[in-house]
Design a protein around this ligand. Structure first.
Ligand code: AMP
Ligand code: ZN
Length: 467
């Protein structure tokens, strides 16, 4: 099975060729652990998981690293503003370490409930790799790529020939652009901090000594330091959402290649956004849902994962509760059909051929999901072979179909007990008679039993309240 992947560097689908025999190196930019990850963030990790499962399915072993950013990510992705960790620590009146620990654990839980394979992943923390980051900055300084300002050490982007190649930045436009609001001591607008000095007027919780003064590392240098430490100076795959193309990854490439004089990464893979009401889902915009929020609306993690897979990772996907509810109904139909089939079947070869063709074509999960439905409809395939074939798909799709078959309740929501259905019918009767007082009372009774009524244009829907 040969795999084609869309490489942001070339803006083309390319045949995937590993650097070495044996394991492929893959680095995924991890979360800044100052809050719960939202479901948009989780798309990046589901995408990386599907990529890893695809490689595994093709017989390729993967060394996967996801970093944990627990220092240095400032409130603006550039070099201004407060450290997100320090700001949250102050808000919650806890130590930055406690904040990091709490949200790192929450992140691991999210990975687990989305059935992302975590076994074998390395999760290095930025605050535990200060020495490695200082080492890289020292090399950059020695090679003439770094300069000092009053607030830190900066990378001189004009010294790196290929700066901005990944994002196809118009440097001339950028450099001639207005400098309003730009750090006055920066030599170029695109220059970025490698090390920042602790502010004189306030005390930071996380700070370290360095050859240049007490302070903390810039956000970009951590990924260069940790990826190269665990995967080598030149490795195969780097992933994350598209927002990291113009700044974070552009800067990672500049630093890393300036240190080593070699190509840093062969394949840059980026997922599109989950949006909501036309805007990117983002903590800063406040339009976010977490997996726990979805649970409260009766949407299980399996449903969310299934919904993500119905779109290609390079297409934007617009989140709405209606859309994920629809995905839940579809997944429940698939699982109930398989659950009703006997075991002992075999994956159908001609179908598996199609499946590998789709999935190896830049992870075409929408076609793979559509193929599930083709299999279910195909009268030439026996029920047990249907079951076996779809279970085989699940090695790559990762919906934990075997677990769901054993416990369809995991798909949640649509499973409403009879007593709730009964109350719902009574409420509908009351509403039809315009007896609003009784209708409201029944809504209260349903709520007290842990279910919420949503009146939609298709009639009332009941969802379980998870808390
Ligand atoms: P952050 O914690 O902001 O660094 O984000 C973690 C990961 O989520 C990164 O790979 C981002 O590119 C990705 N990401 C952020 N917002 C979204 C979104 N709305 N949809 C998809 N991916 C996103
Ligand atoms: Zn990163």
């Amino acid at each position: 099975m040969s795999i084609k992947l869309f490489n942001t560097l070339s803006r083309k689908k390319e045949a995937f060729r590993p650097i070495r025999k044996g394991a492929v190196g893959m680095y995924t930019c991890g979360p800044t652990v100052y809050q719960y990850a939202h479901i948009g963030n989780m798309r990046a990790y589901v995408m990386a998981d599907v990529l890893k499962r695809t490689l595994k399915y093709a017989g390729v072993k993967v060394n996967h690293v996801i970093n944990i950013t627990d220092v240095g990510h400032l409130t603006s992705d550039a070099d201004e503003g407060e450290d997100k960790m320090e700001a949250e620590a102050r808000r919650e009146q806890k130590s930055a370490q406690d904040i990091a620990q709490f949200y790192t654990t929450a992140f691991f839980d999210d990975l687990k409930i989305l059935n992302i394979i975590t076994k074998g992943i390395k999760f290095p923390r930025a605050s535990k790799h200060i020495k490695e980051q200082i080492r890289l900055i020292k090399i950059l300084e020695k090679k003439g790529f770094a300069y000092q300002t009053s607030d830190g050490i900066y990378f001189d982007t004009s010294k790196f020939k290929n700066y901005g190649k990944l994002a196809r930045l118009n440097l001339k436009g950028l450099r001639e652009g207005a400098r309003i609001g730009i750090h006055v001591e920066k030599k170029n607008v695109s220059d970025f901090a490698l090390w920042k000095f602790s502010p004189k007027e306030s005390v930071r919780q996380q700070e370290w000594k360095s050859p240049w003064g007490v302070g903390f590392p810039g956000w970009h240098i951590e990924c260069s330091a940790m990826s190269m430490k665990y995967l080598g100076k030149h490795f195969d795959i780097h992933t994350s959402g598209i927002d990291h193309i113009p700044v974070h990854h552009t800067n990672e490439i500049a630093q890393s290649e300036s240190v080593t004089g070699k190509k840093f990464v062969n394949y840059w893979i980026h997922n599109e956004f989950v949006s909501m009401e036309g805007e990117k889902m983002a903590k800063s915009l406040g339009n976010i849902f977490t997996l726990a929020d979805l649970g409260k609306k009766g949407v299980s993690p399996a449903t969310y994962r299934y919904w993500l897979l119905t779109a290609h990772y390079r297409s934007p996907i617009a989140f709405s509760l209606e859309a994920v509810h629809g995905a839940g109904v579809a997944l429940l139909r698939i699982i109930s059909t398989i659950a009703g089939a006997p075991g002992g079947g075999r994956p159908v070869k001609r179908i598996m051929k199609k499946f590998t063709e789709y999935i190896s074509n830049d992870l075409d999960t929408p076609r793979a999901v559509a193929l599930i439905w083709e299999v279910l409809k195909d009268e030439k395939i026996s029920p047990q072979d249907k079951r076996a074939t779809i279970f085989e798909f699940d090695n790559v799709l990762g919906l934990d179909m075997k677990g769901l078959v054993k416990n369809t309740k995991k798909i949640a929501r649509v499973i409403v007990p009879e007593n709730i259905e009964q109350l719902l019918r009574e409420r509908e009767d009351a509403r039809n008679k315009k007896d609003w007082a009784t209708a409201d009372k029944l809504r209260g009774a349903i709520h007290a039993l842990g279910y919420e009524i949503k009146d939609t244009n298709k009639g009332p829907e009941v969802v379980k309240i998870f808390s």
